[in-house]
Design a protein around this ligand. Sequence first.
Ligand SMILES: Nc1nc2c(c(=O)[nH]1)N[C@H]1C(S)=C(S)[C@@H](COP(=O)(O)OP(=O)(O)OC[C@H]3O[C@@H](n4cnc5c(=O)[nH]c(N)nc54)[C@H](O)[C@@H]3O)O[C@H]1N2
Ligand SMILES: Nc1nc2c(c(=O)[nH]1)N[C@H]1C(S)=C(S)[C@@H](COP(=O)(O)OP(=O)(O)OC[C@H]3O[C@@H](n4cnc5c(=O)[nH]c(N)nc54)[C@H](O)[C@@H]3O)O[C@H]1N2
Ligand SMILES: [Mo]
Length: 675
Amino acid sequence: MIVKIVDGVIKEVHGNSEHPANRGILCPKGLASIEMVYSKDRLTHPLRKTRGGFERISWKEAINFAAERLGELREKHGPGALIRFGGAPVTYECRDGFMQFMASYGSPNFAGAAHLCHVPRTTAMRSVFGSVPEPDYRDSKLIIFWGANPMASTQWGNYASDAELGNFRSVIREAKKRKIKTTTIDPVPSETVRQSDFWICLEPGTDAALALSMIHVIIKEKIYHEEFVKNWTIGFEKLQDHVEQLTPEWGETITGVSASVIRNVAREYALNRPSIIRDGNGLDMQTNGMQTLRAIMFLVALTGNYDVPGGNVVFPWVRQSFLPDFKKVRFQEKRIGQDQFPEFPEISGPVLLDTLLKEEPPRGMIVHHSNPTLILANTDRVRRAFEKIKFLMVFDLFPTRTAQMADLILPSTSFFERYGYRVSSSRQGGFLSLSPKLIEPIGESRSFAEVEYEIAKKIGFEKDYPFRNNEEWVNFMLKPANLTIEDLREKTIVYATGPMEYQKYLETGFNTPSKKVEFYSDAYEKNHYDPIPNYVEPLNLKDWNGDKRQTFPFKGTTRKPYEYVHTKFRNLESLRNLYPAPLALLHPEDASSKGIKDGDWIEVRSPNGAVKFKARVAADKGRRNMVVLDFGWGNPWDESEGANLLATCDVWDPISGGTPNRLFVCDVQKSKKVD
Ligand SMILES: Nc1nc2c(c(=O)[nH]1)N[C@H]1C(S)=C(S)[C@@H](COP(=O)(O)OP(=O)(O)OC[C@H]3O[C@@H](n4cnc5c(=O)[nH]c(N)nc54)[C@H](O)[C@@H]3O)O[C@H]1N2
Ligand SMILES: Nc1nc2c(c(=O)[nH]1)N[C@H]1C(S)=C(S)[C@@H](COP(=O)(O)OP(=O)(O)OC[C@H]3O[C@@H](n4cnc5c(=O)[nH]c(N)nc54)[C@H](O)[C@@H]3O)O[C@H]1N2
Ligand SMILES: [Mo]
């Protein structure tokens, strides 16, 4: 961003034409950042819970209070009593905050959005390739967006992956210019669907069946990459046997996509090499998500699209320090739920809630950069669980729904009020940009680095700390790249790796137990997971018949609107003007059979409760008996409870613990609510 500051106050922000991420154009959220910084809702000083509400306290009191309560918790109940809950790692402050503290404390209990975000996908990819391949758009001859909606969400990210092409809009533009066909696999008429040449509109949660029947076609028709399969994979014969019966006709009965379309997309993907699959977050919040992803990655491997120009590749990545900074921390205790989810690196929602609801042993929690009471499935259960927390500390910019439950609320600086940095990967190399401190903190807000260090010091952990404040944290993280804040200060971006190199496996092999791509996983077998992926019906649809199906005839899913990010920004006027109400997308025929018109308020009810949304009758046809709700409402300043009130946490992916926040049974009805 280019930021204009007059007398220490931000007056203007606009895009930086030199930066590949925006090429001079900011999205509405970027433009609203001035409103965010100066919002009247900002937390400006620490708050401690009292009987009837909150009282203002000084930082000194806040640090003492936190240190005392956290110290006591550890003494009485051991280090594992503390849980850190982090949100989407949209900034590195978020990724790193209170990590060192947890290690000093001795707790391995990291929880957060990981089981709902990209971690099920990346964990599955690692089990197949030992790496996380991403799309390399430039030379690709065909692009498939699978459960992804980059037009609304990830316009830039590691996924844009080409600093010369710029952000995602240029990727699509370029593809159209080169007459590259794009296909989107999505049950919902998303923004990306509208930009694509083909739309495969499948039943939600059935992607594994689609992938497996595509594998069937590719193997049967011998259009796989024989040399790559022979030299670099294990388990091919087993996979071949496994998919023998999984024909496109079988796939059709499950996915609702016709067998001829399945044959076509399999052939097109295998024959138009190099081709790309851009996986997305629509695949995470499913009860069979990790196996689905493995099956999709098998398509990449079978067709030899791994780490070749225009395929799914492993980009160069800027080296950074690793937090916590103990050479190999060995925690004394196991992570909560580690035995149940040995392949997953964090505590997932359902285990977390069960643990909290048990009350014994008592737990403390640090929520950092997250809004757990709105983002986890089954809001009522989440709140009941959070009420049991002995000491809840929330570090945020705003008094969110979660902060309302805290014993201690701490005000955070925004990104204009502190140093931060961002690493991006691209074909041209891994590069960094600095986010410099531009203005003084609003009120008494502080950066995580100082706050965590001060609490740590008070408890007696300061000797462990590689940083004491925000600048030292950035410099510490950048050390392995041989860079400091000063090296980045005057520059838009700084490359810190060489350009992309392809087919690195020719020299190094694959970072899997067999050193090859694993179509068959011994590690999975050992943990009693299917060693080759199967399609498993969404677990929450298993008992969806008889009375239950009559009462709840609709499938509900959720989407991320372009104008907001998760639960953020609905208190900012410019964004609220652009997007004033929580919307529920309905198929035109479903709307008319329910007597619902565009703009009517409707009530959406699931076995867990009911939420009010405003109907948007979708012009594009999607699947019947489906309602698509905006995710992210429910903060104190919103007029709607969030969609996760309807979602279930009674079932989950057996490997990741991911809950089906994107698929629940429900019904819709016209509601009395009016504007
Ligand atoms: N039904 C449904 N549920 C979902 C999803 C879905 O699509 N549908 N998506 C899932 C996904 S992918 C994710 S990643 C999660 C998102 O889960 P979260 O990351 O928990 O959601 P956010 O609303 O982004 O919460 C971030 C919080 O950080 C605060 N914040 C912003 N900047 C700062 C800062 O600089 N410092 C600090 N300390 N705080 C800051 C914001 O005010 C906000 O309250 O939700 C998941 N849940
Ligand atoms: N504006 C905005 N941008 C964001 C965010 C935001 O909240 N707002 N969140 C950020 C975060 S943390 C994340 S993780 C990324 C996510 O970015 P992406 O990975 O691109 O995922 P989404 O945008 O959530 O889009 C997922 C798509 O999957 C579809 N889908 C749902 N269920 C299924 C299914 O069963 N099968 C298939 N094939 N598709 C399905 C949904 O309808 C949706 O269109 O976006 C990031 N960027
Ligand atoms: Mo996410």
